[in-house]
Ligand binder design. Structure first.
Ligand code: GTP
Ligand code: MG
Length: 134
């Protein structure tokens, strides 16, 4: 069965919508396989977002994602990568469709509540980074 890495970013934890996000994942029929509340160190954050290392917002993104506890989860199900990206909505919450997590709860592109792996290849790399024992 396909797996994806989901993060409820520090803004989601700060705003007390962890339960809301998990509820949407469960209602969709996806299964939680692993879950942890933790604060990322900068090195793990840089590795996680390594494909964005050259982007102008990289420093700010690393600061944001390490700025408080986040919830990391492994989520499993039929086409889990695509299924969760559909629940999350577009990267920019202003244009994310209402009904999606970002469309319903966010307004700023950086503070967009959740992360979901963008391919099965990324999922494998990210799951190893967050849950090396899985
Ligand atoms: P993730 O699931 O978090 O990887 O989001 P994504 O796949 O929808 O978007 P992408 O991988 O392109 O960007 C990673 C994260 O960087 C986004 O979720 C935002 O938090 C942040 N980000 C993306 N674009 C911008 C931008 O133009 N400015 C700022 N400040 N942050 C951005
Ligand atoms: Mg991404």
């Amino acid at each position: 069965m396909e797996r994806t890495l989901v993060l409820i970013k520090p803004d989601g934890v700060r705003r007390n919508i962890v339960g809301e996000v998990i509820s949407r994942i469960e209602r969709k029929g996806l299964k939680l396989v692993a879950m942890e509340l933790r604060t990322l160190d900068a090195e793990t954050a840089r590795t996680h977002y390594e494909e964005h290392a050259e982007r102008p917002f990289f420093g700010s993104l690393v600061e944001f994602i390490t700025g408080g506890p986040l919830v990391a989860m492994v989520v499993e199900g039929e086409r889990a990568v695509e299924a969760f990206r559909a629940l999350a909505g577009a990267t920019d919450p202003v244009t994310a469709t209402p009904g999606t997590i970002r469309g319903d709860f966010a307004l700023e592109v950086q503070q967009n509540i959740v992360h979901g792996s963008d391919s099965t290849y990324s999922a494998e790399r990210e799951i190893k980074l967050f849950f090396p024992d899985l």
